[in-house]
Design a protein around this ligand. Structure first.
Ligand code: PEP
Ligand code: MN
Length: 362
């Protein structure tokens, strides 16, 4: 449930509601909407829900108490109708513009990263990607350069101005990765690694959470809920394909997830057609499709010499292919900007979400 405070509610009244929630053994999360404060009540409420709702609605400064129908709460549109917009250095994610995350699958050498970083920055990428700690299916495959790669990523950020994103695989790597990287990525294999989700929930960096290759959209949003409820509201979702019976592609890209997620959650949505398809020539059409259905951005793998790459050689774009992709994607974003925003998402007349089943004082 969430508590909608009156427009005129004082600080003391807001504090009073929060301490009442704590005294009930629940956790309050407030969200300052454009016009008023809304406080989510999170925890195992059980059979006392109705009673708690009516007690909260009687407190001073409370306008309305509304249940949240979804199992994910803080990430739901019901609680937070406005889109979450994430700013990191000069990049803005989720504001209606096109976020382009590009760079190699793995950081292999300093030269390879700098050449890629310069080229993607010049072509219009907004965020630089590069794997330092790599989750590889085989223990005999290249596992990444580790901290050496983090240093190169930080150097590439300093020379291009682009924020950098890299994957974290274990809770004990979170601090070192957050020291070098601007955005922390959770890979598909770790989407339900709850100790890792809690650990990135405590870090002062945005987190990009990739969809588990066997996860439903609800499981994915519950994983995002772990991060947000641990204290980090800056979560980006990344659809990267799910495993189906199809074998021509590495995974099956679920583009329906994009408008669905915009309906269910306020978090920004990125699509990764590189890992979804596993094939270089399929990256461009699916990137265009992703932007056309309303993705906030795209993540693609780019390498100066993809055939010689130490990981994911078949799916990385050449520098030229990335430049061409950019020139085609920008007009698609311009044509489709705002097209997919469902009017029911605009919220109720209270300006806070619209389930309407709330307990009102009036
Ligand atoms: C990656 O982006 O480097 C990666 C390993 O992707 P995924 O977790 O989607 O396989
Ligand atoms: Mn890869």
């Amino acid at each position: 449930m969430f508590v909608v405070m009156a427009r005129t509610a004082s600080e003391a009244e807001i504090l009073g509601v929060k301490s009442h929630i704590l005294a009930e053994g629940m956790t309050p999360f407030d969200h300052e909407g454009s016009e008023r404060t809304v406080i989510a009540v999170v925890g195992e409420v059980g059979p006392r829900k109705q009673e708690l709702m009516s007690r909260l609605s009687g407190l001073p400064g409370v306008e309305q108490v509304t249940p949240i129908s979804r199992p994910f709460k803080l990430t739901s549109r019901e609680f937070h109708p406005e889109d979450t917009v994430i700013r990191v250095l000069d990049a803005v994610i989720g504001d209606g513009g096109l976020t382009m995350m590009a760079g190699p699958c793995s950081v292999e050498t300093r030269d390879q990263l700098m050449e890629t970083a310069d080229a993607v920055a010049a072509a219009g990428a907004t965020i630089l990607r590069g794997g330092a700690f790599k989750p590889r299916t085989s223990p005999y495959s290249f596992q990444g350069l580790g901290v050496e790669a983090l240093r190169y990523l930080a150097e590439a950020r300093d020379r291009t101005g682009l924020p950098v994103i890299t994957e974290v695989m274990e809770p004990n790597q979170v601090d070192i990765i957050a020291e070098y990287a601007d955005i922390v990525q959770i890979g598909t294999r770790n989407m339900q690694n709850y100790s890792l989700l809690n650990a990135v929930g405590r870090v002062a960096r945005p987190v990009m959470l990739k969809r588990g290759y066997g996860a439903t959209i609800e499981e994915w949003l519950m994983a995002a809920e772990y991060i947000v409820s641990s204290g980090n509201p800056n979560v980006i979702l990344c659809e990267r394909g799910i495993r189906t019976f199809e074998t021509y592609t590495r995974n099956t890209l679920d583009l329906s997830a994009v408008p669905l997620l915009h309906h269910l959650t306020h978090l920004p949505v990125i699509v990764d057609p590189s890992h979804a398809t596993g094939k270089r020539w399929l990256v461009k059409p699916l990137a265009i499709g992703a932007v056309a259905v309303g993705a906030d951005g795209v993540m693609v793998e780019v390498h100066p010499d993809p055939d010689a790459a130490l990981s994911d050689a078949e799916q990385q774009l050449t520098l030229d292919q990335f430049r061409e992709l950019m020139t085609e994607l920008v007009p698609v974003k311009e044509h489709t900007r705002g097209l997919h925003r469902d009017p029911v998402l605009a919220g109720s007349e209270l300006g806070i979400g619209g389930s309407g089943a709330g307990l009102s004082k009036h």
